[in-house]
Design a protein around this ligand. Structure first.
Ligand code: FES
Length: 307
């Protein structure tokens, strides 16, 4: 590094006036202030947040995620990018307030800032024209499924969207998934909307009506596990998006290690998407349980009036 500036070389040999102006714009747009420009509740516990993060918005692709820290004393949590607006330099995340940190994030309001945000991280989804694809989203996983569904449709696939939730109130992004899909099947556990039953019921029905070339399943681990059992029998290749505990998000800590086809993989760099039929679900389940007591303690602490 020479430490030289443009003036060391007698003026603007690197930057003409227009370029300097462009650079100002870039520097301003890369300010590390991640302002919440929009916040909405999609259900009692699911929050949609639009955050200004120009460099992330420019570079993000479907399937990638952010590490986000709501304030300086909080943990960093991984959240998949649900939408980007490159022209406005904004990214959208949709998350469920299930743990201490997601609750802290959900407590922030429009106009406030998150402390830090890193991304885009992870390997983007492999988007190809394979024929007919079933895009299955469960609960808040529908928000993660949406950009992948849009990309698969844009690539020319016939897309069968299947979305499910426990009740009608918990079902999110129906209109967006309907627009992104060629057909949409809706399932609720209690039958309060769509068909009563599980997404696997809808998948089995769809597989009876169509030749399905690929399935994507994103949602709670039991749902993805059940989809993989169904598609294994139907011999449909299935991609899932895993969300183990993450710490650094760069492949250094090993916290997000998963076993795929007998090999150790790091979800943050090798994933988060993997072949669901190769996932060692028992080990993943056990590793996720390790930190349950600490998570419960963190929730209790954050709910304490003295917190
Ligand atoms: Fe540390 Fe993936 S989060 S290795």
């Amino acid at each position: 590094m020479s430490g030289q500036t443009a003036n060391d070389h007698g003026g603007d040999w690197i930057l003409g006036k227009n370029h300097a102006c462009q650079l100002d714009k870039i520097i301003n747009s890369t300010s590390l202030q991640f302002k919440i420009v929009e916040k909405a509740r999609l259900s009692d516990t699911v929050v949609r947040m639009v955050i200004r993060a120009p460099l992330v918005a420019i570079n993000a692709k479907p399937g990638q995620f952010l590490l986000i820290r709501p304030h300086s004393h909080a943990e960093r949590i991984p959240l998949t990018i649900s939408h980007t607006d490159r022209s406005l330099g904004e990214v959208t995340i949709i998350f469920q307030e299930v743990g201490a940190t997601t609750r802290q994030l959900g407590a922030l309001e429009q106009g406030q800032e998150v402390k830090d945000l890193v991304g885009p991280l992870g390997t983007p989804s492999e988007i190809e024209n394979v024929g007919t694809v079933a895009c299955i989203g469960g609960g808040v996983g529908i928000a993660v499924m949406l950009p992948v569904t849009r990309a698969l449709k844009a690539a020319g696939n016939h897309v069968i969207g299947i979305i499910g939730a426990r009740t009608k109130e918990l079902l999110i992004l129906e209109n967006e998934m309907r627009t992104a899909s060629d057909e949409l099947l809706i399932m609720t556990d209690d039958g309060s909307y769509g068909e009563k039953g599980l997404v696997t019921d809808a998948l089995t029905k769809a597989a009876g009506d169509h030749r399905i070339d690929l399935a994507y399943a994103i949602g709670p681990m039991p749902m993805m596990f059940a989809v993989c059992n169904t598609t294994r029998d139907l011999q449909i290749k299935t991609i899932v998006s895993l969300d183990p505990v993450m710490v650094d998000g760069t492949g250094m800590c090993g916290g997000c290690r998963v076993n795929i086809g007998g090999k150790a993989k790091f979800t943050c760099v090798d994933g988060p998407e993997f072949d669901g039929h190769q996932v060692d679900w028992d080990t993943l389940r056990a590793r996720k349980m390790i930190y349950k007591p600490e998570e419960q303690e963190a929730i209790s602490r954050s709910e304490s009036p003295n917190a």
